[in-house]
Design a protein around this ligand. Structure first.
Ligand SMILES: Nc1ncnc2c1ncn2[C@@H]1O[C@H](COP(=O)(O)OP(=O)(O)OP(=O)(O)O)[C@@H](O)[C@H]1O
Ligand SMILES: [Mg+2]
Length: 359
């Protein structure tokens, strides 16, 4: 058998109770068989110093330290070492705090009194892997946003100059090629901004910029943009507004994004008939619907329609897009404390709607 030469997992244990410290340390030496090196800090300030000096691979953090209480310690650690996986130690019957810690950036939690050696080891390994894949995802999203989006912008600019004849006369054939290139670029831009939207939403970095605006005015302006492609497909676009003006305080761009996806989907998944854009005012809520006479959805697909990457039926092809549109819509409406809903019947059509509370 080969001798074990693997690098040890440097584990920073931030715990003021010596008994709990011993349980973790013994557990790791028993189960880990030399896999772990444990560094102990009995206060947050000592831990913050060790973060720099020792550069640990993982931290186990007690939430009741002499110099920090509750999630405050977690926040400090995450701020000082954003790429460090942190596992929180909670008391018995305190699962709620553990779950709250996960929402605040911890990878996992261990309940004191239930820390079997095998459990501690598994949780540490899982936390390290999970954090690594989150960091890779962040890195990928950065790549999408900077490395891909800027060259796309440059290509678009070059194609514009070509099509406007700024670089010499353009033949009909060349014009067609440029138009195809522009369309492809637009699809790539749409996909990259969808991915970025999702990454922002998932990392909790989305902030709403709420203003007061007229939803009917927004609906009318979006409808006018969609009228041409919808009518070109031989469909009818009807606008049904039950009021002259419906004032709303919300993030106008994000609400426009939701309506745009609803209209886009209706246009994409309807081959004949009519698409209706409707705004209704109710005493407690404002409701906006896009109804179509398209392919519809099967009853067993309906509960999945707002999940990520779900695409249904024969439209599961590249034309359908990324399958992220509706999941982003759901998040946006959720951020506004609203409700998103769908009614649909296969081969008959669908109604996608959102309602926003009157504030
Ligand atoms: N109006 C509709 N009629 C029938 N099926 C629909 C309708 N809207 C959405 N769907 C189904 O739900 C799936 C998910 O829609 P979603 O908007 O999330 O993604 P997408 O349109 O496929 O891609 P993206 O919006 O990311 O470009 C679609 O692929 C389609 O199968
Ligand atoms: Mg869509």
């Amino acid at each position: 058998m080969s001798e074990q030469t693997a690098v040890k997992i440097k584990t920073l244990l931030i715990e003021d109770n010596e008994n709990d410290m011993i349980i973790v340390e013994d557990g790791l030496s028993l189960e880990g068989k030399g896999e772990f090196e444990v560094i102990w800090a009995n206060s947050l300030s000592k831990a913050l110093n060790l973060l720099k000096a020792e550069e640990p691979d993982v931290a186990l953090l007690d939430l009741g330290l002499p110099d920090s209480k509750g999630l405050e310690g977690l926040e400090r650690i995450c701020k000082e070492a954003p790429s460090l996986p942190v596992i929180v130690l909670t008391g018995l019957n305190d699962e709620a705090t553990g779950l709250q810690a996960i929402q605040s950036g911890a990878q996992d939690f261990l309940v004191k009194g239930q820390m079997a050696p095998a459990v501690i080891r598994r949780v540490i390994h899982y936390a390290i892997e999970r954090k690594r894949s989150l960091l890779m995802k962040d890195h990928f999203m950065n790549l999408v946003s900077h490395e891909l989006r800027s060259p796309l912008g440059i290509l678009k600019e070059l194609l514009m100059q070509l099509s406007e004849g700024l670089l010499g006369p353009v033949t009909k054939k060349q014009e067609d090629c440029i138009a195809m290139g522009m369309e492809t670029l637009k699809r790539m831009e749409d996909t990259s901004s969808t991915l970025l939207d999702l990454a922002k939403i998932e990392s909790g970095k989305v902030e709403l910029t709420s203003t007061a605006f007229d939803l009917i005015e927004l609906a009318k302006s979006l409808a006018s943009g969609f009228r041409f492609p919808i009518e070109k497909k031989g469909l009818i676009l009807e606008e049904d507004y039950r009021a002259d003006k419906v004032m709303l305080t919300a993030d106008r761009n994000k609400i426009a994004q939701v309506l745009t996806n609803f209209l886009n989907n209706a246009a994409k998944f309807t081959q004949k008939g009519i698409i209706i854009l409707r705004v209704t005012e109710r005493p407690e809520a404002i409701v906006c619907e896009v109804e179509d006479t398209g392919v519809g959805l099967a009853a067993n697909d309906l509960p999945k329609v707002f999940n990520k990457y779900e695409q249904f039926g024969r439209y599961r092809d590249k034309k359908a897009g990324t399958g992220l549109g509706l999941s982003i819509c759901k998040e946006i409406i959720g951020l506004h404390d609203g409700q998103i809903a769908v009614r649909s019947e296969l081969e008959k059509g669908s109604v996608f709607s959102f309602s926003l509370p009157r504030k």
